[in-house]
Ligand binder design. Structure first.
Ligand code: 4AD
Ligand code: MG
Length: 464
């Protein structure tokens, strides 16, 4: 009878020593001598490899020849306590089946220590490396933690549309969606593109945020969250921006900005703690290989109360700072990541929630403060990352919201359904958006956002 496969993550169980086991995976390395060969096998279930011990009395050199880095194997054998250093158990191979070979002349992941830039070009294979295996296992656990956090608190997971006719953030950097023939566009009488002939009968784009529909959900179900892809055609080639990224957007009825800040803080702390509790081996690997203050930084974020202060107070600190910034700061300007990181890393030395930003640099839907100059925005700023969360209390007053939409010349007819939340049973409510990849960046300690999403989409890059 065929043996049932054991995942490598489960093979290090002392109870299995002496048992016949079956493992399947990809060869990381093979080394040894004329009497015995050692294969390090990995199946992606853990960062750990299992050592396969191959006795040359049982297998010929010819048979072993194609077992090179990257080849895929099925091994049956006996799990034994290891005699060598570096592993507790190993498998004495009895039967080996080679599923597929990987020609050493062609397989790109030969030596250890490829640069992250090189591996980005090999994104179709990079998940087979220790680093990317660790990153994507952690990414999975964080996604799971997010659902767990909201589910346990009675939030409903709401699926908001990816194709939309409205621009939530009003930044205008949207990817258009059309089925029109771009080489032969139908025209209206006045020479413009005739979108009435397009698939949806109007111009549509990929969404930049699920918030507007999220507000419809919150003002019906009470508390919702979205977790889905969002798209931004901003031409910013930075280590923190993607054209396609995943966002989590909770939206909650009867929450003011303080409730919103408490939720954001609890939420991030929960996720970071979940990773520390469930991704120990992977985090230890990343801590050792890339950033030996990573685990310490994660632990300190859980322990410390986030600092809360207004944008205006933040600007004062930045202006008084004895530091030359690339971008000058003045009240009214948007903060650059160098400013955010100065506040977090150098001034306060812990995460910061900045509130009450100037109205002109924030979106139309934020609750207006009485000073007429600021809105009830809240950005959570993190070490290494800068802005990790952006959110606000929402303007719940119909007349004020209309006035703001008009002041900004936002096409009103596209917004009718959104305005009805304020027309029928309006309530104070708040929400925020967490950029999932920025959270994964923080937790893994990676430096470039392209290395925490399997197949990054950035300007001039849509390979794989
Ligand atoms: O601050 P943003 O633009 O806020 C919104 O979209 C609101 N509708 C959220 C809400 O209140 N429901 O984006 C939220 C977060 C940012 O803080 C950042 O973490 C992330 O999304 N983000 C990006 N992540 C990767 N690549 C990009 N181009 C990003 N743009 C924003
Ligand atoms: Mg923002």
């Amino acid at each position: 009878m065929e043996l049932k496969r054991t995942k490598i993550v489960d093979i290090f169980d002392p109870q299995l020593v002496g048992e016949k086991v079956c493992v399947k995976g990809w060869v990381r390395t093979r080394r040894g001598n004329k009497n015995v060969q050692f294969v390090a096998l990995n199946d992606g279930s853990t960062i750990k490899n299992i050592q396969i011990v191959i006795n040359l009395e049982k297998f010929t050199e010819d048979f072993l020849k194609p077992i090179t880095t990257g080849a895929s194997l099925h091994v049956d054998g006996t799990l034994v306590a290891s005699q060598g250093k570096g592993q507790s158990v190993e498998i004495q191979a009895e039967e080996i089946e080679i599923y597929g070979t990987a020609d050493p002349e062609e397989y790109p992941l030969q030596k250890k220590g490829h640069t992250l830039e090189f591996l980005r070009e090999k994104a179709h294979l990079r998940m087979r490396t220790n680093t990317f295996g660790a990153v994507f296992r952690i990414r999975h656990h964080l996604a799971f933690a997010i659902h767990k956090f909201f589910n346990e608190r009675g939030f409903f997971y709401l699926h908001t549309p990816l194709i939309t006719a409205s621009d939530c953030e009003g930044a205008g950097d949207m990817f258009q969606v059309t089925t029109l023939n771009l080489g032969d566009l139908p025209k209206t009488e006045d020479g413009k593109t005739d979108y009435s002939q397009d698939f949806f009968g109007k111009t549509t784009s990929l969404t930049v945020s699920g918030q507007l529909e999220g507000e419809l959900g919150a003002t019906a179900l009470g508390a919702i969250y979205t977790f889905g892809p969002t798209f931004r055609a901003e031409n910013s080639n930075t280590p923190r921006h993607l054209a396609e990224f995943w966002m989590i957007e909770p939206e909650i009825a009867f929450y003011d900005i303080n409730d919103n800040m408490d939720l954001a803080e609890d939420f991030i702390k929960f996720c970071v703690k979940y990773a520390l509790d469930h991704c120990k081996d992977d985090l230890e690997f990343l801590n050792k290989m890339y950033d030996n203050s990573l685990i310490e930084r994660l632990q300190s974020v859980i322990k410390e109360k986030f600092v809360r202060l207004t944008y205006t107070e933040g600007i004062e600190i930045l202006k008084a700072a004895n530091k030359k910034f690339e971008f000058p700061v003045d009240w009214g300007t948007d903060l650059q990541s160098e400013h955010e990181r100065y506040l977090v890393e150098e001034h306060f030395k812990r995460p910061v929630i900045l509130t009450d930003y100037p109205r002109e640099i924030k979106a139309f839907y934020m609750k207006q403060n009485d000073d007429q100059k600021t809105v009830r925005a809240m950005d959570v700023l993190f070490p290494q990352i800068g802005e990790i969360i952006g959110g606000s209390e929402r303007e719940a007053d119909y007349d004020k919201l209309i006035a703001e939409i008009e002041r900004r010349n936002i096409p009103m007819k596209d917004m009718w359904w959104y305005l009805e939340t304020r027309k029928f049973g309006t309530v104070p409510h708040s929400g925020f958006g967490l950029g999932f990849e920025r959270l994964v960046l923080f937790v893994t300690g990676m430096a470039n956002i392209r290395d925490v999403i399997p197949f990054p989409r950035t300007p001039k890059n849509a390979e794989f």
